[in-house]
Design a protein around this ligand. Structure first.
Ligand SMILES: [Zn+2]
Length: 159
């Protein structure tokens, strides 16, 4: 019998596909006491506007595509409503996590922003997406950089 994925340490973030990040943030501010002045950041590479905050120790990302063909806009159009788009699980070792998932028949999904399939560097760590969903929710894995790896990434990117 297969054991649990021993690799998953916790939730890194939950990402919601929304039509209007400012409006979605307003509801979190009103009902859940999230700071109303939370900054909404624009990411030029993925053309997303994202409100990012912590609630109950979990990072939330309310993601709005500014491009009608963007990842979140298309997703909302296909399913007909806003909602929880993916959960990013923090893992000890992303290669092990992917090997485990693939042993179970999972296939990998392309990262729309980077056009890469499988593990690849993002600002906070190595990430990968599965093409398989759990209960309709996309699965992302992230192996967060150690401080040394983060420095390597930033040197490489010239940040
Ligand atoms: Zn990527």
């Amino acid at each position: 019998m297969k054991s649990d994925n021993p690799n998953v340490k916790g939730i890194k973030h939950m990402a919601f596909g929304v039509k209007d990040a400012a409006k979605a943030l307003e509801a979190y501010a009103r009902f859940l006491h999230v700071p109303a002045d939370t900054e909404i950041e624009f990411f030029p590479k993925s053309k997303n506007r994202v409100a990012l905050f912590y609630l109950g120790g979990i990072e939330y990302q309310l993601c709005e595509s500014t491009d009608p063909d963007g990842r979140f806009a298309k997703w909302i159009e296909e399913r007909g409503s806003e909602g929880l788009h993916h959960i990013c699980y923090e893992v000890d070792n992303i290669d092990d996590a992917l090997a485990h998932a693939q042993e179970q028949g999972a296939t990998l999904r392309i990262c729309q922003a980077c056009q890469v399939v499988g593990s690849h560097p993002h600002p906070e760590g190595w990430v990968a997406f599965l093409d398989d969903e759990a209960g309709g929710i996309e699965i992302e894995f992230m192996q967060v950089y150690t401080p040394e790896q983060l420095k390597e990434y930033e040197d490489y990117k010239g940040i």
